[in-house]
Design a protein around this ligand. Structure first.
Ligand code: C2E
Ligand code: MG
Ligand code: MG
Ligand code: MG
Length: 281
């Protein structure tokens, strides 16, 4: 009830029209309920980590992205696109982020110990809120040490919004982690508001072309121009580039012809539980 009141107050503050229609009331209640459930998700063990392969031009799996899933007891699987933004607002993301990092690093350590898997890199999404926690760097280093995962195989995916909010702070944290071998990917590239100058200042290893551009390839000239320039930009800055959301062979061929050498998308594999992950070509 307190949460609901808070949401209402927030909504009222933002809107010039400060009345609530019944539909909005229902939406707010649903949201408050989801938030209450999310608080319980971690202690109740309802979160799972899924893994999606990233492949090179030959189709060999070179890396894996960890993607969180919430198995809600009543609603079934809730998409991270829905609950991560909610978790961001109420700081639950910090606890969720720790759990994700630890679970991912345990998996990474297991792969690193297997000669057939030891070259795999593992990408983990980090939300801006989590990244801004004062002990973020220590947490990552402690988790690497506790799990025995090799830092050089861990890649943290950050978004442009993070870089906008706290540039110098973000840069020094990234440098600190990078000095220990941790890599950084800029996720959803082109969808945020960042200036290209960040690409020069920040210790990035990889750019991920957002799936919205990949989806529209071969249909939309603007998307083609954006993707082609992003690939060229990454190449001249000596950054790896990964195309996200590759669903068709035609998209893959276009990307390959334009110099992209790493791909992620349903064409190669959906995010799945680790038992279902196919790592052999
Ligand atoms: P993202 O990091 O950009 O992840 C890629 C999203 O694209 C994933 O959605 C993935 O399932 C989806 N995807 C992959 N290939 C394809 C494809 O070929 N077609 C289409 N249509 N979609 C594809 P998902 O798993 O629903 O995650 C959504 C977003 O939620 C992620 O976007 C990321 O921003 C966030 N997220 C997921 N897991 C975590 C996490 O552990 N921590 C944080 N902070 N955020 C996470
Ligand atoms: Mg990502
Ligand atoms: Mg992305
Ligand atoms: Mg995204």
């Amino acid at each position: 009830q307190a949460d609901l009141a808070l949401f209402q107050a927030k909504a009222a503050g933002r809107n010039t029209l400060a009345f609530f229609d019944p539909e909005m009331q229902v939406r707010l209640q649903a949201r408050a309920r989801l938030e209450a459930d999310l608080r319980q998700a971690l202690p109740k063990g309802e979160l799972r980590l899924y893994y999606q392969p990233q492949v090179d031009e030959r189709g060999v799996v070179i890396g894996v992205e960890a993607l969180v899933r919430w198995q809600h007891p009543v609603r079934g699987q809730v998409s991270p696109g829905e609950f991560i933004p909610l978790a961001e607002e109420n700081r639950l993301i910090v606890a969720i982020g720790h759990w994700v990092l630890e679970t991912a690093c345990r998996q990474l350590a297991a792969w690193a110990a297997d000669p057939a898997r030891s070259a795999l890199s593992l990408s983990v999404n980090v939300s801006p809120r989590q990244f801004r926690e004062p002990d973020f760097v220590d947490r990552v280093l402690e988790t690497l040490e506790a799990t025995g995962a090799p830092a050089s195989r861990l890649k943290l995916e950050v978004t442009e919004s993070l870089l906008l909010e706290a540039r110098d702070e973000a840069r020094s944290r990234m440098l600190e982690l990078r000095a220990r071998g941790v890599g950084f990917a800029l996720d959803d590239f082109g969808t945020g508001y960042s200036s290209l100058a960040y690409l020069k200042r920040l210790p990035l290893d990889q750019l991920k072309i957002d799936q919205s551009f990949v989806r529209d390839l071969l249909e939309d000239e603007a998307s083609e121009a954006i993707v082609a320039s992003t690939i060229a930009l990454a190449q001249s800055l000596k950054l790896e580039v990964v195309a996200e959301g590759v669903e068709t062979e035609a998209q893959r061929a276009w990307l390959l012809a334009h110099g992209c050498r790493a791909f992620q998308g349903y064409l190669f594999g959906r995010p799945v539980a680790v038992e279902a992950l196919e790592l052999d070509a």
